[in-house]
Design a protein around this ligand. Structure first.
Ligand SMILES: [Zn+2]
Length: 338
């Protein structure tokens, strides 16, 4: 437990067997309130660590106010213990709906549909291989919706709620303009890059949306990003540039591995590009990581399609992408002003 800014405490919750290692939780303590951001997975190890951390604040669970930055299970998995205690829970509208869809099941039907889009076989990866499914919230929660532009006051801090679409469709951030920091969830991480995946036809070209979010962050007067995995980010603008550059490189790598005029599935492209995961080839990939890798690839293919570099076709729910011509140079993504 560390007081990172006056009255803002941070502590890690172990995420067993996850390359993320830990989630960084943040708690703001005032005389009357304890406001906690995110929860850890719905599993015993996380629950024990979370409860023992909250114990140190000497508050009842029912007195904790919980804020969820986005829907992922490592952030929402334990929300039900707060729901059951009658705590107030805040979340953005889009990810609030999707969080409850995860608990109810319809979200996972969408994931299975996406597996078909990837061109993966049903026995190649199952929902049980996905840690988000294994450690999900099991029943819907009652929550208070936060909208972009809302002011969320906690003690001496006055946060502006921001739409950070990208890592998830309804990810929100909490910008504190007077103290020049933001609780930014999984939007900017260091040293890893946040997973950007495919979210269906409702969120076309989400990689473009994510990069637009990153440029919006660069325009803010910001000294520190309180990130939810690994490092607190003290060079936001520089780190954001690195992440945008990373996506440009990935996009280039994808078009370079494709032969013009030939149709590829997401699975084939995923198997043909490099990954930091230790595996000799796609078949050796840990199954849980196949979900993330294929999602990441499809988000990039969808970007290349929307930006005019690839053609797209669908047959029996499988997506096919074809490069229009050889020797394509992918420019650094920039923001189009409205
Ligand atoms: Zn996340």
């Amino acid at each position: 437990m560390k007081e990172i800014l006056p009255n803002i405490f941070t502590f890690g919750i172990t995420l067993p067997n996850s390359p993320l290692r830990e989630i960084n939780l943040y708690a703001i303590k005032t005389k009357q309130r304890l406001v906690l951001f995110d929860t850890g997975y719905n599993m015993k190890e996380c629950r024990d660590e979370l409860l023992s951390a909250l114990d140190k604040f000497g508050v009842e669970l029912s007195d904790v106010e919980l804020v969820l930055t986005h829907l992922h299970s490592d952030h929402t998995g334990l929300a039900s213990i707060f729901h059951d205690a009658g705590s107030k829970i805040y979340v953005g509208e889009v990810d609030g709906n999707l969080t409850n869809a995860m608990a109810e099941g319809s979200y996972w039907d969408m994931m299975l549909k996406t597996r078909d889009h990837f061109g993966l076989e049903p026995n190649e990866v199952t929902l049980e291989d996905n840690p988000g499914y294994q450690f999900r919230l099991r029943k819907p929660i009652k929550y208070i919706t936060l909208q972009p532009g809302d002011i969320f006051e906690v003690g001496q801090y006055s946060f502006e709620v921001m739409d950070l679409i990208g890592h998830t469709p309804g990810h929100i951030g909490f910008y504190e303009p007077h103290h020049k920091f933001m609780l930014s969830g999984d939007t900017v991480l260091d040293p890893m890059t946040p997973n950007i995946t495919y979210w269906g036809a409702d969120y076309p070209n989400i990689l473009r949306s994510y990069i637009t979010t990153l440029y919006q962050l660069k325009d803010l007067d910001l000294k520190v990003l309180l990130a939810t995995h690994r490092k607190v980010i003290e060079n936001p603008s520089e780190r954001i540039d690195e992440i945008i550059g990373h996506h440009q490189e990935r996009l280039q790598e994808i078009v370079d591995m494709m032969e013009a005029g030939r149709a590829y599935t997401t699975r084939e492209v995923s198997a043909g590009i490099s990954w930091r995961i230790k595996a000799d080839n796609w078949d050796e990939f840990p199954k849980g990581q196949k979900w993330f890798a294929a999602g990441e690839t499809l988000a990039h293919l969808d970007y290349l399609y929307h930006e005019g570099f690839l053609d797209w076709d669908e047959e029996n729910d499988v997506f096919y992408y074809t490069k229009k011509q050889n020797n394509v140079e992918i420019p650094l993504p920039v923001v189009f002003q409205n």
